[in-house]
Design a protein around this ligand. Structure first.
Ligand SMILES: [Fe+2]
Length: 349
């Protein structure tokens, strides 16, 4: 027997060695290998659902009686994954919240390096202004406020306006790359026509001499009316995918890539009676139910959902969708970030 093997059999000597290492800010990889380099993805995020009518909306309305949108800067209730307590995250890399703007209120102009999306849940006619371009928001619209773009919101209607916020806050926090700035004025000067970008970039046309110098889509809004029309047409001519039904991704019209570098967004129609096959991918995904009702089976858990409910499926958790009525699901994840890093995977069962 060699000297090395003899010493390797002495647990007391190992413990003493580890203690000496710790004092020098060193540690033995072999004690941590499977935790640091797992055979398959893990993590403590869990599947969860938030009922809009019973839970989310009543709490939002209570918040409106306690603080104004101006006072709060953003009147948002964070949807925190129950497995990630204290992290203000819905998945390991993403944040989600529900934002309320009451009639007459303004959410003042600011910008930050975090990229954000809005998905409109309730109310119609309030505005978001991004870099001087205003869009009027309606339920099901998908609105972008990409990283470091000035944005403010306001509600000049007589109804509350509620949307889902999705941001890459945990990702930017990981990189320690968060910067933010408040505008000098509460509301930006609007210097473009309403939905200017939709006509310039969103009709299968691009300005002839335009070169995209930004890492995100030039569109501020992807209106639901157009999205829904595509889903309607596709269901008439295509067979449903076994796992996804009729699923499309939102695209940057200048590149064909995802709308923002860190967040991808998707829309899918599940016909009444659809019973999807099991699927998983490494990007934990947040779903917002646009229309209809059904349930999603995640591992052994069943999440029942209906219009405006929000639910999360963590990364690499096998799940399947089942629709009671015709249903439309919006979803978002960090897929473009994972793809650009070369780590994204998916699996069908
Ligand atoms: Fe913001």
């Amino acid at each position: 027997m060699t000297e090395a093997i003899k010493s390797g059999d002495d647990p007391g000597a190992r413990r003493e060695f580890y203690r000496q290492l710790q004092a020098e800010s060193m540690l033995p990889l072999w004690e941590r290998l499977r935790e640091l380099v797992p055979l398959t993805p893990g993590g403590s995020a869990v599947a969860a659902r938030w009922d809009y009518d019973k839970i989310v909306r009543p709490h939002l309305m209570t918040s409106a009686s306690l603080i104004s949108a101006q006072q709060a800067e953003r009147r948002v209730l964070i949807l925190e994954n129950p497995g990630l307590a204290g992290e203000a995250s819905i998945t390991g890399s993403l944040y989600a919240g529900v934002q309320l703007i009451m009639p007459g209120e303004i959410a003042p102009a600011h910008r930050h390096t975090q990229s954000a999306l809005r998905f409109i849940l309730e109310g119609s006619g309030a505005y978001t202004t991004v870099e001087g371009e205003r869009t009027i928001m309606r339920p099901g619209d998908f609105v972008l406020t990409p990283g470091w773009t000035w944005h403010d919101h306001g509600n000049e209607t007589d109804q509350p306006m509620v949307w889902l916020d999705g941001l890459d806050i945990p990702l930017v926090r990981f990189f320690k790359a968060g910067f933010a700035e408040n505008g000098l004025r509460e509301t930006q000067t609007v210097h473009k026509a309403v939905d200017d970008g939709l006509y310039r970039y969103g009709n299968n046309l691009l300005p002839v001499d335009w070169r995209n110098d930004r890492p995100h889509s030039p569109l501020v809004s992807y209106p639901y009316e157009r999205t829904r029309e595509s889903l309607d047409r596709l269901r008439k001519v295509d067979a449903a995918d076994a796992c996804h039904g009729f699923k499309m991704r939102f695209a940057n019209p200048a590149t064909g890539g995802y709308p923002m570098p860190t967040i991808g967004a998707f829309i899918q129609l599940l016909p009444a009676g659809f019973a999807g096959g099991r699927y998983c991918s490494t990007d934990g995904t947040v779903f917002s139910v646009v229309e209809g009702s059904g349930e999603t089976h995640v591992g052994e858990q069943i999440l029942r959902w209906k219009a405006r409910d929000i639910f999360v499926v963590p990364g690499w958790m096998s799940h399947s969708h089942h629709a009671t009525t015709d249903a439309v699901l919006f979803s978002f994840s960090d897929r473009p970030a994972q793809i650009s890093l070369g780590i994204w995977r998916e699996m069908r069962e």
